[in-house]
Design a protein around this ligand. Structure first.
Ligand SMILES: Nc1ncnc2c1ncn2[C@@H]1O[C@H](COP(=O)(O)OP(=O)(O)O)[C@@H](O)[C@H]1O
Ligand SMILES: [Mg+2]
Length: 327
């Protein structure tokens, strides 16, 4: 089962440039979370801080009692073995077959026999739907297949926490939809805690249990998906609608004068509730998502603290419709 990741008061700067400050959130064990945010808001920096590759100057990242910021490097290295990472570009070696790429972490970090390595690699290749392509070179396959190969490689060491950095970048909408389903099926199969960084609105609307957003050096919000999806905060609704009007400008922040002009022209971000589309279910034949069962209990117990629109959306999603599906 996945492991909870607790982030407390994290602040990161490079020299004088503050990237974000006082970020606190908990990735619940075995649940799928998404971090949204415009380009350059420090999403990749956040992932690297969670695995201890970058050191925030304040705050803690607690995993099984180890602080990925301040604990001794030896403990951080040990804890890093719990992670599977899927990078933006797939990060495959161009001269190696998919099989060898996916086997690489096993050959590098374990002393397993070649027969055992083959069994594990083929099993992961099967999970991501690449059976038959294992002898191909990365340059011979599509971008979507390279993403899936990157995901298979992230899975060979049996990670309990999976971080995906923009898994959709470079994919068309159909391939992105397949990838979304793959991420949910994967979660059903291995019950790992997952954090997906993306600015893809379809992934945001259909994949996660929980969602947050980075903007203007702050975590705008983090919580059950319905909170963000029904939020009327201007920055959230602008982002989810993909509009030019609103606080997000071309280089992140708009100046006050432009914002005021939009308000006057009536082109500011429109408020009003948005509809929440149902979350993806595992494909037929997949196990029930244990994370989803735990999440239901967790969210039901925090209903009193949630905004009304989010509460309504949650209750709707958990109420079976007469026909079997959902209301
Ligand atoms: N190693 C680094 N040294 C200095 N600045 C960095 C480093 N890594 C990232 N940055 C800066 O941090 C900011 C956020 O980057 P990033 O996390 O890549 O954004 P995102 O992934 O949200 O698009 C950018 O301004 C980037 O230039
Ligand atoms: Mg990035």
């Amino acid at each position: 089962m996945g492991i909870e990741v607790v982030v407390e008061g994290l602040t990161k700067s490079f020299g004088k440039q503050n990237i974000w400050q006082d970020v606190s959130l908990t990735l619940p064990a075995g649940e799928v979370s998404v971090m949204l945010g415009p380009s350059g808001t420090g999403k990749t920096v956040f992932l690297k801080s969670i695995i201890g590759l970058l050191k925030p100057e304040q705050g803690r990242v607690l995993i099984n009692g180890v602080d990925m910021v301040n604990s001794p490097e030896r403990e951080i290295m040990e804890t890093r073995k719990l992670f599977g990472l899927m990078f933006q570009d797939g990060a495959l070696f161009g001269s190696m077959s998919l099989f060898d790429n996916i086997a690489f972490p096993l050959r590098e970090h374990t002393r397993k026999k070649e027969s055992e390595i083959r069994r594990i690699v083929m099993e992961r290749i099967d999970i991501v739907g690449l059976l038959g392509a294992e002898e191909k070179l990365p340059g011979e396959i599509s971008g979507g297949m390279r993403k899936r190969a990157g995901l298979a490689r992230a899975l060979v060491l049996d990670p309990q926490i999976i971080l995906c950095d923009e898994p959709d970048s470079g994919l068309d909408p159909v391939r992105t939809a397949y990838l979304s389903q793959l991420l949910i099926d994967l979660n059903a199969q291995i019950d790992a805690t997952m954090l997906i960084v993306t600015h893809n609105l379809d992934i945001a609307a259909t994949v996660p249990d929980n969602m947050g957003m980075l903007f203007c050096r702050n975590l705008v919000t983090f919580g059950p998906r319905e909170v963000l999806l029904t939020s009327d905060m201007p920055v959230v609704s602008q982002f989810l609608a993909g509009r030019r009007e609103g606080p997000i400008g071309m280089s992140e922040e708009k100046d006050a004068a432009t914002l005021a002009a939009e308000q006057l022209n009536g082109t500011g971000p429109g408020a009003g509730p948005r509809s929440v589309v149902p979350q993806l279910e595992p494909s037929p034949g997949m196990p029930v998502r244990q994370g989803a069962l735990r999440r239901r209990e967790r969210v039901m117990s925090m209903m009193g603290q949630l905004p009304q629109a989010a509460r309504t959306a949650i209750l709707n999603s958990y109420t079976p419709a007469p026909g079997g599906g959902r209301l």
